[in-house]
Design a protein around this ligand. Structure first.
Ligand code: HEM
Length: 390
């Protein structure tokens, strides 16, 4: 049991807006035990940056964890060579070159098609009408599960996320997670003969070609789905909202004074779509005045790290001109997001320029408030907008 100072949170309030508590923790108790989360949380950016690399202490290996039990043993729950070999096998599907040569064109085609249908309508919830289907269609291509419906991609991703956070053992949540993983397994089974006959750059195809065991292929595709749908979806909707609520900054990008990529990187710093990553303590350790014991659960709070005033001035301000080099929105260690290049292309090269070019006069629909929530995963829940139809 860690001897870190205790910090209590009100869970619903933390879900609605975790940033005031995280700021207090950074100041008063940067490594704190939060009883309501049953975890010791790291909130300062430089502590996370240095300690995430200590995989001998802060291990990803959690054999009895819900993710392993429900989704299979994937690379994100492994350390060292076992992790790196699976990561290397997936790399050809998500490398900068594959993103540039293959995916970006396909991502653009999806965005064009979705917006061509949307443009004449003149109003929509952009979360549901654009960000969700675009993220899901792109992920279908990247995973190789082009036989799935985009609605299932989103729903099954969410069902797995809910399943792995189901610490109270709610049977309905567990059943929905099992249905999702069964659906994904069926989609994989259908696609195996297709990509064996016509190999492509998808995760399924490259993992098969690399001779990875089937169990591990299934687990890593489920990982890509649980970790690759919400985040680009939330980043697309979030960046559009951030620009519409900061018109001066939108003007800067439109004038070519900053890049769409700066918008994405600053949004992911400001509101990290993945707010935390869990670890299990593997050996006795001392850091920052705190003793850690084997078995302790630790959360690295990326959402807090990215608002650390020691690294970012006025960290609560959305400012696309700032230097985001110290942002750890994609992680800080060996588990650095495998989908980072694909996400940058999807949001910065495709979604943002296409939306602002196609939907003229885009503005928030003031008849309905924008809602936002979450701390482990954080994003907009709706984005009501209008534009000039046609
Ligand atoms: C805005 C979009 C995204 C964000 C902010 C994001 C963020 C993250 C973060 C924070 C981690 C954990 C890093 C750590 O623990 O150090 C991660 C891991 C991972 N992400 Fe993403 N992600 C995004 C999109 C994607 C996409 C589209 C895919 C799939 C194509 C993907 C696949 C993965 C995989 C496979 C891992 C595990 C890597 C490993 O264990 O080595 N992510 N991501």
């Amino acid at each position: 049991m860690s001897n870190a100072p205790h910090y209590d949170i009100d869970v619903p309030a933390f879900w609605a807006d975790p940033y005031p508590d995280l700021a207090r923790m950074r100041k008063q108790a940067p490594i704190a035990f939060v009883p309501q989360l049953g975890s010791t949380v790291f909130t300062r950016r430089d502590d996370i940056f240095s300690q995430e690399r200590r995989i001998d202490v802060f291990s990803s290996h959690q054999p009895a964890g819900l993710m392993n039990v429900l989704m299979g043993h994937n690379m994100m729950r492994k350390d060292g060579e076992a992790h790196m070999s699976e990561r290397a096998a997936m790399f050809p599907a998500v490398s900068p070159r594959t993103v540039r040569d293959i995916w970006v064109r396909q991502f653009q085609a999806h965005a064009d098609r979705i917006l061509a249908e949307l443009a004449p309508i003149g109003r929509a919830d952009l979360c549901k009408a654009f960000a969700l289907p675009l993220s899901a269609e792109c992920l279908k291509d990247v995973t190789g599960l082009t036989n799935m419906r985009f609605e299932d991609m989103d729903a099954w991703s969410q069902a797995m996320i809910d399943g792995i956070a189901n610490y109270t053992g709610n049977q309905e949540i567990e059943a929905r997670c099992h249905a999702a993983t069964a659906g994904i397994d069926a989609a994989i089974d259908d696609m195996i003969p297709v990509v064996r006959k016509h190999p492509d750059s998808s995760i399924l195809s490259v993992l098969l070609a690399a001779g990875q065991p089937m169990q591990s292929i299934r687990a890593n595709i489920k990982l890509a789905i649980s970790g690759g749908q919400n985040e680009p979806r939330d980043a697309i909707a979030g960046t559009v909202w951030a620009l519409l609520t900061h018109p001066g900054q939108l003007a800067l990008v439109r004038a070519g004074q900053t890049k769409w990529l700066d918008v994405f990187e600053e949004y992911a710093r400001w509101i990290a779509p993945i707010g935390m990553s869990p670890r299990r303590v593997a050996k006795p350790w001392w850091f920052g005045g705190v003793d850690f014991e084997p078995g302790d659960r630790v959360f690295f709070m990326f959402g807090s790290a990215n608002r650390d005033e020691a690294c970012f001035s006025a960290p609560d301000r959305f400012d696309i001109t700032r230097d985001t080099a110290k942002s750890i929105a994609f992680g800080a260690g060996p588990h650095y997001c495998a989908g980072a290049f694909a996400s940058r292309a999807m949001v910065a090269d495709v979604a943002l320029p296409t939306i602002f070019a196609r939907l003229k006069g885009l503005r928030l629909d003031s008849s309905e408030p924008v809602r936002i929530g979450g701390w482990a995963f954080r994003g907009l829940l709706n984005l009501p907008v209008t534009w000039e139809a046609g």
